[in-house]
Every structure is written in structure tokens, then in C-alpha cells.
Ligand binder design. Sequence first.
Ligand SMILES: Nc1ncnc2c1ncn2[C@@H]1O[C@H](COP(=O)(O)OP(=O)(O)OP(=O)(O)O)[C@@H](O)[C@H]1O
Ligand SMILES: [Mg+2]
Length: 329
Amino acid sequence: MKFWDREKEKKWLKHYLLTEPNAILFVYGPKSSGKTALLMKVVEELPKETFAYYWYDLREKFIVGYENVVELFFKEKGWLRSFLSSIKPKINLKVFELESGAIEDIRKKKLDPFEEMRKHLEEDRARGQIPVIVFDELQKLKDVYLNGGNQRPLVGELFNFFVRLTKVLHLSHVIVMTSDTFFIEKVYFDSTLENTSRYYLVDYFDDETAIDILISEGLSHNDAKKIVEIAGGVPWILRESVKDEDPVKLLDELYKQTRSKMIELMGSDEKYSEILRDLLNGKDLYGVKDAAVRELVEKEVLFMDPVNGEIRFHTRLHERAAKELLGVE
Ligand SMILES: Nc1ncnc2c1ncn2[C@@H]1O[C@H](COP(=O)(O)OP(=O)(O)OP(=O)(O)O)[C@@H](O)[C@H]1O
Ligand SMILES: [Mg+2]
């Protein structure tokens, strides 16, 4: 599969990984903006032997409490090793391997899991490798955080550990990826991450780049322009468009889907329409953290940038649908 562009982002991330760990890095951006694909590409292009990656794809994981977190981080010695190298042969993927007794002791809280992880990371360092812990889909920890009852402090503890690894010990990089930026905010304030974290936005392609990409994939200039006008530079949509026999028709269908989702939503609560109208009329929603705005962000109709607090439509499809449905020019 061909990887498009992202030269600027790749350069930034490579440079970041080659400098001393000193902060947790939050890589954020709207859903399907290409965060995971970008980081994978960066990892592939960096020299394999320089880094040791601990990559946690939380998307497929069911995490509600301490037990699951222990399961996520630790594997019994020897387990999965060959499997890991067969799925991502170009990447030096690692897991925290321990004797089964040690894992049991961690479960029973007789052994400190963070201490065991730190020891592993120091061994990587002693071998001359820079460890990189990647948390893809941070929002999966939300369940632990919000519904886990007495498990709530766990996420805070985890982030305090990440602060220690980066800012205090400069031992390992920690990269956290998510599209749920309200959750970033929550973690930020609750774990007092001030002066301990960096933020990097991976946004959609700009229009010009998106049109160039589509043309380079064989679409006519006209079709490329039309598609980008309707949907903007969402990588996932660009991918689907170049695969499709009739990309303009596909876009029309995608738009209709978005539109019906918005009709349903706006019909369910008057407040949603009010907020969308305000946004279309150029009202700055900055600082409007009321429940309905948050819901629209969670439902992926809006996107909030946690760095500058800017709130915008999730994609151009959403903006277009809102304009049409509310009769705003
Ligand atoms: N630079 C790129 N070149 C080609 N395809 C890309 C590029 N970036 C993303 N894609 C494709 O777009 C889709 C979405 O990308 P990806 O899963 O990386 O987004 P994401 O931001 O991680 O999404 P999520 O928020 O759901 O985690 C994937 O099919 C991916 O292959
Ligand atoms: Mg992703």
C-alpha cells in the first residue's frame, strides 16, 4: 500500500524520537486523519536497531481494570516472540516479558508493575537502544477511568509513571495517540501533566495536497477537485476514492450517510442545531465546554483541538450537511 506525503510530519517525529526523552508526546487529530499510519511509517524509516518499541494497540483490547492492564503489559517469558516478529517484521517490537511467578506477584500487588517495566527499559538502554512506548487509541482507557470505580486512579498512576520515564529519568519515549481530545484534557488536568507533555496535531491533508494525491493516483483533475471540495483531505476517503470505479458517486453516498446521521442527531435534541448554527455563523465555541458540545465532539460531528481550544466540524462533509439542513449559506 502506497504511503502519501507527510514529509513535514515525518521529519518532525523522527527528530523528536532522536532527541532525549523529556515529555510525554500526545499525537492527536480527528478520526482517520492518519495518525497510526504516520507513526508506523516513521518507525519503518528509522534505523531498526536504534529503538525498542513497545506498541500497544488498545483498539482491540477490553480494558476495565488493573487485571486487564497487567495482562496488556506483561507476557510470560518466551510467549508470542515469534508471532510478534512475523506480524511486523520491519519493526523491533517488544513486550515486557517476565517469569510467570513475577506476573502473578504483580497481579496480587506484591510486586510493583512500574518498577518491573523500568528495569526492562534500562536493559534496553544498556544495550544501546532507545525504548519507545506507544499507546494507540488512548480513549480505550476511558472505561477504566470513568466506570472502573476504585480503578480510577490507575490511569493517573500510569501517566505519573510516563512522566517519570520521560521528564525525570529520560529513559524512554512515550507516545500517546488519540482522536478523543476531551479525554486528553481530562487526563491532563487530573494527572497534572503541566510542563510534562507535548502535543502534535496530525490533521487531514490540505486541499492542494489532497488534489495532487488523487491526480497522482490517476484521477482526472476535475474529479479530484470535486472530491476534495465535498470531503476535504481525509486520508481514508482519499484511499476509498482511488479504489472506486466511480469516486464522485461514492462521495455522494458518503455525503448522504453523513447527512442522515446529522438529521437523526439534530432531531434528537434542539440544542445540537443551536450549537451547529452558532459555529456556522462564525461564533467561537472556544471555552464552551457544555455537555452538548462535548457530546457533539464525542459523536464525531465536531472536533476540538485541545491545544488552542478551537472547535470545528469533524469533516467538510459534516459542515456541508449542517449548512444544508440549517439553511445557512
Ligand atoms: N499518508 C497516508 N498515505 C496513504 N494512506 C494513508 C495515509 N494516512 C492514512 N492513510 C489511510 O487512511 C486510513 C486512516 O488512517 P489511520 O488509521 O492511520 O488514521 P488514524 O488517525 O490513526 O485513525 P483513528 O483516529 O481511527 O485511530 C487508513 O486506511 C490508512 O491506511
Ligand atoms: Mg489510529
